[in-house]
Design a binder for this molecule. Structure first.
Ligand SMILES: Cc1cc2nc3c(=O)[nH]c(=O)nc-3n(C[C@H](O)[C@H](O)[C@H](O)COP(=O)(O)OP(=O)(O)OC[C@H]3O[C@@H](n4cnc5c(N)ncnc54)[C@H](O)[C@@H]3O)c2cc1C
Length: 454
């Protein structure tokens, strides 16, 4: 319907892409290529003024806004049909102040760009693994990574967020000013309150070297994978906070069934070897690879392992319990068979603890501080005809995962969550509603899983 109305785009600045533009088809795509959404226009903002004009234009024309940075939202909520996408991905300035140990980034900076700049200067950063994830979208939802147990979530290192609100006014949120919004931006800021145009993070002490960890059990038997799971669980009970790991138990068309552990240790190879020793004895076919390299190189290798895009359905929930052997077998069984058309199905465990738990549940909007792991579940396919069946398959398997977990990670969202505010934000959801009403009273920034004003 909206497409039939002739709009006057003259109030917009920046690069305005409509359906008539040759690049529209490419520009509308999400990283998850299974998302099929057709926005009315995409405004690639290059300055804060472009953002201000885009908000004003959308409001004058009574159009819905979506905010987009790195396009990695699992369910595609940074875009939509007939909406105005305010895209900040071309705002990618990075400025480091080595005297104060802070970095300021614009709203469109991605993981790889930030790692490159900081890594060259010798700084580690608690960013994510995927090179093209937007740092803004990542940090506004918390931001888990291989450095989180030592340095905290990305959000824990934020010291200032600059946003453009529904009136087009600049709002600066810190511990001292607009502190309620600053609180909300550390775990619940994605798409909800205003457009983030820049962020400032404190930087940790410089660290030159780290150990990159890659352990894999290819074509492993179920009992071997259970053993890996048991060791994983027991290691995490006393794990040095300088290390973090992710374990994926997979059923892959290309590689068969197996388990892969990847991670980063801010220490040397010998120490890492001692910590991870018990993973060696499970199977003779284990690939056990530790490399002591620069932090920058380690981040590059982690990032290079990601594909440029995928078609998938995925989710992530918080694990609080110690799983018994039977639970582990049930979890592994979930991927015993892949759905038709699926090329890869996996259950992944992301390590929590360490510095993540140094803050309390109410200190920031990131509520699930004391969980042990995030458990992710996914199916990946190539041919679009298999999308409905694979989505249903993931939804069905999630019933069991939901039963053994509490709460859902907002950065690993699921469209089918019934009470999503409670699931994402736990007891923080009430305070978030008040903040939403204060900073976006007319509900200008909305998407299918927005913080509701009711
Ligand atoms: C392959 C892959 C790997 C991932 N790895 C990790 C990981 O290791 N750790 C982790 O924690 N997460 C990870 N994620 C999840 C990722 O952090 C979230 O999807 C994040 O929200 C993506 O941000 P984005 O800017 O790339 O995406 P977008 O789709 O552009 O945005 C995501 C959300 O943030 C909002 N948003 C984006 N920019 C702004 C802005 N400037 N102002 C206000 N709101 C904004 C959007 O409206 C949307 O709601 C991964 C996702 C993928 C697909």
């Amino acid at each position: 319907m909206k497409a039939l109305i002739k709009f006057d785009y003259s109030g917009l600045t920046g690069e305005v892409i409509t359906k008539e533009n040759f690049s529209y088809e490419e520009d509308r795509k999400a990283w998850n290529r299974a998302i099929e959404k057709y926005p009315l226009i995409i405004v690639f903002c290059k300055t804060k003024n472009d953002v201000i004009n885009a908000i004003a234009w959308a409001r004058i024309n009574s159009l819905e806004i979506r905010i987009r940075s790195g396009k990695h939202h699992y369910e595609g909520y940074s875009t939509g049909n007939d909406v105005v996408v305010i895209d900040v991905s071309k705002m990618n300035g990075i400025s480091v102040n080595e005297e104060e140990n802070i970095v300021n980034i614009q709203g469109g900076v991605r993981n790889r760009e930030l790692y490159e700049v900081l890594g060259e200067l010798g700084y580690p950063f608690p960013g994510g693994g995927c090179p093209t994830v937007g740092v803004a979208g990542f940090a506004l939802g918390g931001g888990w990574g291989y450095s989180s147990r030592m340095l905290g979530l990305a959000a824990d290192n934020l010291i200032q967020v600059e946003m453009v609100d529904y009136r087009g006014e600049t709002v600066i949120a810190t511990e001292e000013s607009n502190e309620d919004l600053f609180w909300a931006c550390r775990g619940a800021g994605g798409g909800n309150f205003a457009v983030t145009t820049s962020m400032t993070f404190k930087l940790p002490e410089k660290i030159k070297m780290a150990t990159l960890i890659n352990i894999e059990y290819i074509e492993a038997k179920p009992q071997e994978i259970v053993k890996v799971f048991e060791i994983w669980t027991s290691i995490f009970k006393y794990l040095d906070r300088r290390i973090n790991l992710k374990m994926s138990i997979y059923n892959s068309k290309a590689k068969g069934k197996g388990a892969k552990i990847s991670g980063l240790f801010y220490g040397n190879k010998e120490e890492a070897n001692v910590i991870l020793e018990s993973f060696k004895n499970i199977s003779k076919r284990v690939v056990f690879n530790l490399e002591y390299i620069t932090v920058l190189e380690a981040n590059r290798r982690i990032q290079d392992s990601h594909p440029p895009f995928e078609k998938y359905k995925s989710s992530g929930r918080f694990v609080y319990n110690d799983y018994a052997r039977g639970d582990m077998e049930n979890i592994i069984n979930l991927i015993e068979h892949r759905e038709e058309g699926s090329t890869y199905a996996a259950v992944s465990l992301y390590g929590l603890g360490g510095a993540i738990g140094d803050k309390g549940k109410a200190d920031t909007a990131f509520y699930y501080r004391d969980a042990k792991f995030i458990i992710g579940f996914q199916s990946v396919w190539e041919e679009s005809e298999y999308a409905p069946a694979n989505r249903e398959w993931v939804k069905d398997k999630l019933k069991y995962i939901t039963h053994i977990t509490s709460g859902s990670y907002v950065n690993f969202p699921s469209s089918e969550l019934e009470d999503y505010e409670e699931e994402y934000y736990g007891e923080n959801s009430h305070k978030l509603k008040e903040i939403k009403i204060k900073y976006d009273p007319n509900d200008i920034f909305r998407f299918p899983q927005k913080i509701k004003i009711d």
